[in-house]
Design a protein around this ligand. Structure first.
Ligand code: DAH
Length: 379
């Protein structure tokens, strides 16, 4: 029942392949198997264990916990089994890391729902690292961590309550997750956004909490699409389930007041020493503020150019000193119709001062890579 913390061993050739669709980069490969959520003293481990405690107190022994499922999954697991349409944006290689045309680095922990139902699980929590190609800023990092929850109900349960199955599952879901928000954040006000849509739930809803005067989205959830239950769980057609998915970094940034998502990857004692297993009360104190360094680059766009592709190059060259990549100017030439973009790249280390020399070298390499890998024309 306990969440075993076995190491995930991933070989480079398992994720960086010669397949034409492969777009996993070296620095992404290097993150696989780190499993920050396995560390009880790390903010992500602290949040994960607090969520486990909540579910355990409310439903002793009910939820089976999965903590180390392999992050390379089939395209069918990540998308098809969740009824994500063939033309959905999240399937694009601009957004998702493809190992081949048949396998991806999971972009959400929902990728394990169907498989775990098929294995006969009716109540479970899955925590893991997930991967998305994205922009560079304080809240986006190409690897982050999610927790997925699923609970299946039997007809006796909704019949006993005198409710129809969907109403019953939704009522239980709301109560369970409002309780979770209060367990983590104290006596916060909660509200539900019913305009949300996910292909795998109906209805779909999002939980928001009022925290320090601001409404914050905490998680997405809903009543599981009946066909997912029917197709995967034995006799699932006659049952009903809820599902939710939440981002651990997002919750930890709010709860501990962590200002930048890169900090989760820091091995700096001045960061790590501030957190203690089981303690949700830490307010992170910035240990120092090093100056940012801004570099602008302007270029004519190419067919291969996308903002995510540029961000991948910046991360590949600069690693965690890449703080932000931001479009600051866009212009289309009136005569020849080509479009030019100007991006401002902010470099800053969380741990030390950077020298002009090292930044200039990095920026030169970013410019060179943008030309050779994306075919843009520098101005
Ligand atoms: N997989 C969704 C995401 O990454 C989150 C999510 C939403 C998970 C609703 C669920 C759910 O299980 O029911 O954005």
């Amino acid at each position: 029942m306990g969440a075993a913390a076995a190491a995930t061993v991933v070989k480079k050739e398992d994720v960086i392949t010669s397949h034409p669709q492969n777009n996993v980069s070296e620095n992404i490969f290097l993150k696989i198997g780190t499993n920050l959520h396995h560390r009880p003293d790390h903010p992500l481990g602290i949040i994960k264990n607090a969520i486990f405690d909540y579910f355990e107190q409310k439903n002793p022994g009910k939820f089976r916990k999965f903590d180390d499922l392999y992050p390379v999954v089939k395209v069918t697991q990540n998308f098809d089994e969740l009824l994500i349409p063939a033309d959905h944006v999240s399937r694009s290689p601009n957004d998702t890391y493809y190992v081949s045309d048949e396998a991806v680095l999971r972009c959400h922990t929902s990728a394990h729902q169907a498989q775990l139902l098929r294995e006969g699980n009716a109540a479970f929590l899955v925590t893991g690292d997930v991967y998305r190609r994205d922009t560079v800023d304080a809240t986006h990092y190409p690897v982050f961590h999610q927790m997925e929850g699923v609970r299946v109900f039997e007809p006796e349960e909704w019949e006993g309550a005198g409710l129809d199955p969907t109403e019953y599952a939704e009522r239980e879901l709301r109560a369970e997750l409002e309780g979770l928000a209060k367990h983590l954040f104290g006596d916060v006000e909660c509200r539900w956004d019913t305009a949300a849509t996910f292909p795998f739930t109906d209805p779909s809803i999002e939980l928001e909490i009022l925290y320090n005067g601001e409404w914050l989205e905490v998680l997405g959830c809903g009543v599981m699409q009946q066909s997912i239950l029917e197709d995967n769980l034995a006799a699932g057609g006659g049952k009903k389930a809820w599902a939710f998915g939440l981002g651990l970094e997002r919750l930890a940034m709010v709860l501990f007041n962590i200002p930048d998502i890169r900090l989760f990857w820091s091995e700096d004692e001045r960061f790590l020493k501030q957190f203690k297993a089981g303690d949700l009360t830490t307010t992170f104190q910035s240990f120092s503020k090093f100056p940012p360094c801004y570099k602008d680059m302007t270029f004519w766009l190419s067919d291969e150019f996308t903002e995510n592709n540029l961000c991948e190059i910046v991360r590949g060259v600069a690693g965690d000193i890449a703080e932000e990549v931001k479009l600051i100017d866009e212009f289309t030439h009136p005569k020849h119709g080509r479009t030019s973009n100007c991006f401002r790249i902010t470099y800053r280390s969380m741990e030390r001062s950077l020298t002009d020399e090292e930044i200039n070298k990095i920026q030169d390499q970013v410019r060179a890579d943008a030309v050779t890998k994306l075919g843009v024309e520098l101005r």
